[in-house]
Design a protein around this ligand. Sequence first.
Ligand code: SF4
Length: 288
Amino acid sequence: MAKTLADLKGYHIVGKHSAVKTCLWLKKSLKDEGYCYKQKFYGIPSHRCLQMSPALICNLSCVHCWRPLDLMPPFKEWDEPEFIVEESIKAQRRLLSGFFGTAGVNRRKLEEALNPKHVAISLIGEPTLYPRIDELVDEYKKRNFTTFLVTNGTNPQALERVEPYQLYLSLTAYDEESHKALQGNKWDKIEESLRILPNLDFRTVIRLTLIKDVNMKPEKFAEIIDKASPDFVEAKAYMYLGYSRRRLKAENMPEHEDVRRFAEELAKLTGYEIKDESEVSRVVLLVR
Ligand code: SF4
């Protein structure tokens, strides 16, 4: 397991507190071996997606988190948004340069990949802890990126400032008690974010991380979804990976059919409809 930031495999550290990592699906897409469910659901081409985080820190400690979160050295001031955007693109290009000598890579896609068009601000940590997250999103937009921002919902003030193309609020708990057991001590903040969600004028997604025998209770999430009224709900299986293996068991990882059954039940309870699914990623998409 990684002990310091430098030990994190495949991460490229940007400035003092940000990181970029090329994801598995980008690599698969370059070899025409598949693509991420976000390409299937939302049309985001995997090979042009930049996966990054502007804050290698988090304010929760989720049982299902596969990431190491206590690795960032102390720093005195935050980097400028322009710097992070510029350097993250350069980092992506450096990470991609190794593919020019790799057999089986689609050359046209690799050339395109050098100019990413989509940013997933979600890699590791809680991105809204970067105090200038709104400016960071805007800076990517200035460069014609589509922007997906993923938050754990603990920073409602940030939701009122940001304007991404699509905002994800990741949910694992459905009330204060389950939140305390699974994540930490910030349920009041998450509730506040859920209240803000219906008023946002960009696309919103609630992503449910489903842990078998722990939180797969559609009736508990249905009321939250009714009230928050997101455009999309993603019901997604917890994956038995990384640091989460210290806290959960392989049996806690639902099969795709478990996720499907959960989504069908949720659809009945909320009136949302199942629109798509990806068996390999164990995720089902519901739309309002
Ligand atoms: S909010 Fe995300 S990054 Fe933070 S502990 Fe939970 S899963 Fe990990």
